[in-house]
Design a protein around this ligand. Structure first.
Ligand code: PAF
Length: 435
């Protein structure tokens, strides 16, 4: 069998640390298909990750020649960790008698749930780079994990997610139209916590813009978006052109029903059919287990939940809380177009919602009086050209009859026209839990 050079990171921060590592090295040397070539000295390092404070680690690196496939080497490492008394699956960020990381196996690249090669963070860890240098490895020439790839073609995007699914990964999809802000960052962070692989999509979707809307003027900044995606830990970014997303013969659309009626559906006819069509296409290409959407676009979230259920996409839709500026304005890509005076005036939306929520908290239950309360606050700001204020049932956002309201979400949209260009702002708040 051909052999190749492999490097393992060695670590222990529980019990007889040096003893655990020595025993693992002896067991490695005795394992079929493995020859221990050299071992670095062991050094102390403080734990820098998240989680409870931990005892210091003893760390080093071992160089092997091995005929084992990377996955078999990983299995061997797990067996040695178990033999040292580590409970597997191990709770993250807890002390461990033995930690063996497969850093490199030749120049192989592996991308599965259990193993990524080269190790994605080896170059960031001094307790790995120093022992490698001690072994005479030229760390500058060692392969690094690739930065989140930008994928343009739908076929390549699908091929990438197919590969991850085959490697046992769960996929989290974060669909966006770019011009990303902290609200999108929170979707990516949530996806990063819950999924093995995270894909952001950046595509200003012409199907969801009406003829007199701002498709051409929608803010675009791909370079800044890629940086935010990478910092938030996305594994890939799908950013197709319109021609790549919709080929010239493209003619199939998703029709949406009652969930798309009223509010945004009334102001922007055809908008939700365009959203549903592109989202369905992204679901079909990525086949994610979870997809993340912001609650700021509450009606969009309700339409997408309904479509996912109706068409039977096997995935979970995760709604993420609105992220607000310090003064309460809900973050939105279009906020950049507000003039200074409109920007100041724009907080009237959240003030109106919070005022209605406050009277609800104090016991007011009448739908029309709650709405009147929000309208009276909105009326104090002549710059806000209010398009609608509605109180709908939580979840599917079904209209509520007049009379007593037990729970609900208040939604508002207003236009501000004095900036670089007219801007429509949306906001909403749960009367029960709102923030
Ligand atoms: O919310 C958005 O940014 C878009 O409507 C979406 C969901 C990415 C579809 O184009």
């Amino acid at each position: 069998m051909p052999t190749q050079t492999a490097y393992l990171g060695l670590g222990s921060n529980e019990g007889d640390r040096a003893g655990h590592i020595q025993q693992a090295l002896q067991r490695l040397a005795a394992a079929p298909g493995v020859q221990v070539v050299r071992t670095s000295s062991l050094r102390e390092s403080t734990f820098v990750g998240q989680g409870p404070p931990q005892p210091t680690f003893l760390n080093g690196v071992v160089e092997l020649r091995t005929s084992l496939l990377p996955i078999a080497l990983l299995d061997l490492c797990k067996a040695l960790e178990a033999a040292a008394g580590r409970t597997l699956p191990a709770p993250r960020h807890h002390p461990r008698p033995l930690d063996l990381d497969v850093l490199f196996v030749g120049h192989e690249r592996v991308d599965t749930r259990d193993l990524v090669l080269p190790h994605p963070r080896w170059h960031l860890r001094q307790f790995v780079t120093e022992p490698l240098r001690e072994l005479g490895v030229d760390v500058a020439t060692m392969p690094r994990a690739l930065a989140a790839a930008v994928i343009e073609s739908p076929a390549a995007f699908s091929a990438r997610t197919t590969q991850w699914l085959a490697g046992g990964c769960t996929i989290g999809l974060v669909p966006t139209m770019g011009s990303l802000h902290a609200g999108h960052g929170s979707l990516l962070t949530m996806a990063r916590q819950e999924c093995d692989r995270v894909v952001a999509t950046i595509f200003v979707n012409p199907l969801q813009f009406g003829p007199n809307e701002d498709f051409a003027a929608y803010p675009r900044d791909l370079a800044a978006d890629l940086q935010l995606c990478r910092e938030a830990g996305a594994d890939a970014v799908f950013a197709p052109t319109v021609a790549q997303m919709y080929d010239p013969l493209f003619c199939s659309h998703v029709a949406v029903g009652s969930a798309a009626e009223g509010m945004e559906g009334a102001v922007r006819p055809g908008h939700f059919a365009g959203v549903a069509t592109v989202v369905a296409r992204l679901f079909a290409l990525a086949r994610p287990q979870r997809a993340y959407f912001g609650e700021k676009d509450a009606q969009q979230l309700a339409v997408i939940r309904r479509m996912t259920k109706d068409l039977g996409f096997p995935l979970q839709i995760v709604g993420c809380p609105i992220v607000r500026e310090a003064d309460g304005l809900a973050m939105s890509s279009r906020n950049v177009y507000l003039g200074a005076a409109d920007r100041q005036a724009s907080t009237v939306l959240v003030r109106a919602l919070r005022s209605a929520r406050d009277v609800f908290t104090r016991g007011e239950r009448d739908r029309d009086r709650l709405l009147a309360r929000a309208r009276s606050v909105l009326a104090t700001e002549p710059r806000a050209l209010v398009e609608y204020v509605e109180l709908r049932a939580e979840g599917e956002l079904a209209p509520l009859p007049s009379g007593p309201v037990l729970q609900g979400r208040m939604l508002v949209a207003a236009k501000f026209v004095d900036g670089v260009r007219p801007v429509r702002l949306l906001d909403n708040l749960s009367l029960v839990e709102g923030s």
